[in-house]
Write a protein that binds this ligand. Structure first.
Ligand code: FE
Length: 178
């Protein structure tokens, strides 16, 4: 199934750094992301695609916008021969009006071939948010079912999550058309 195209939202910053570790020391539950890019029609892995991610920190803040500085929690990785792009990041927090999400763009040969958002099962987020630093904030406002972007096919871009020690591994296959 194809993860749906979804809005990039207002907080995209072009020219993020090419790097696997985007944490920049931000506190939170460690999250390893394994994003696999395949051709939507043949399901074959696509090598050399640039995968661009960005998301908010545990307090719901994005870097580089709205008076916030820095480049934390933004980065680009190229897919390997298996179509895989791997990131080391933290579990995102939330900001008012939105469920927990990670923005993603896939670039291929200079073109954007996919713009989407990745989501988390609410039950896992509930567990993560019981711990610091997430627990310092009030109850989150919006869960997946009430989110206006998730409503547009978001179920198809839910990350598969696996707990490894105190960290999580989140994985998904993104089918793109070229
Ligand atoms: Fe966002």
């Amino acid at each position: 199934m194809l993860a749906p195209e979804q809005t990039e939202g207002p907080y995209y910053v072009p020219s993020a750094k090419v790097r696997r570790n985007v944490t920049e020391g931000k506190p939170g539950t460690l999250l390893m992301l394994q994003l696999r890019v395949v051709d939507a029609s043949s399901c074959k892995a696509i090598k050399g695609a640039s995968v661009d991610i960005w998301h908010c920190d545990a307090n719901g803040v994005y870097s580089g916008v709205q008076g916030s500085s820095g480049t934390f929690l933004r980065g680009i990785q190229k897919t390997d021969a298996h179509g895989l792009a791997t990131f080391k990041t933290i579990y995102p927090g939330y900001y008012p009006g939105r469920t927990v999400h990670i923005h993603v763009k896939v670039h291929l040969g200079g073109n954007v071939v996919h713009t989407g958002q990745l989501y988390f099962p609410d039950s896992v987020t509930d567990r993560v948010f019981r711990r610091k630093p997430y627990s310092r904030r009030g109850k989150r406002t919006t869960r997946n079912a009430k989110d206006f972007v998730f409503a547009q096919g978001g179920r198809r871009s839910l990350l598969g999550l696996r707990k490894v020690g105190s960290a999580y591994v989140g994985s998904i296959t993104l089918g793109v058309s070229r």
